[in-house]
Design a protein around this ligand. Sequence first.
Ligand code: 13P
Length: 257
Amino acid sequence: MNRRYRKPMIAGNWKMNLTPSETRSFAEAFKPLLSKPRLCEVALCVPFIDIPAALKACKGGRIAIGAQNMHELSSGAYTGEVSAQMLRDLGVKYVIIGHSERRQYYNETDATVNKKVLAALEAGLRPIVCVGESLEQRQFGVTLEWITCQVKAALYGVPQDKLRRVVIAYEPLWAIGTGQTATAEQAGQVCNAIRTLIRRLYDAKTARSATILYGGSMNEKNAAELLAQPDIDGGLIGGASLKPEALSKIVQAANQE
Ligand code: 13P
């Protein structure tokens, strides 16, 4: 983490967990655990149905609320879908786009991810774009090529002035929900490659200020070591973000570094 140019960020991805009433209880337990002053941006990306409860419970607590997905169009006959405009109107700040679970189970492609990134920015949301390689890709030695393709495709058509609103999360598929974290060096190397790519696609200033997170079995025990890597600006936390104590300790680690 390089504090000179970037603010650390810890975002929870609750996935399909916690009901609206559990969301209220979580916020009540979590808020008092956050130290003041806090340098780190904290966001909770919750299921759609929990968003109103999360916004209400976190009001005034400097905890931003995010969604986990959105449709790429602003309105229309798309039963069951939610648009960026709807999320923005509620007061949502972030939206996770292209999580590997959505790519895997809901056939999201690089092309849909790109459309969603552009639509999120257009609506005033900050996209958290997820990229990551499979175990096979890592074993074949094509990790950096794969990540380069994913990042390039996701950012296609994103103008320089909007890039600072984009967060990129490197989440190796083999580390998600497995308890097998990437080593700090592995994670740091890929995050560094992403920053180098942004420098190539945009410029040095844009790359310096880009927020790049690591995600994949990050928890209160390994957070400090991962966050010590110069190009890792924070974390996207799954399982550990469901426990107020654990999440607050990760925030503390990001605050201290
Ligand atoms: P875990 O922290 O449970 O491995 O999940 C990571 C993740 O997918 C966050 O988006």
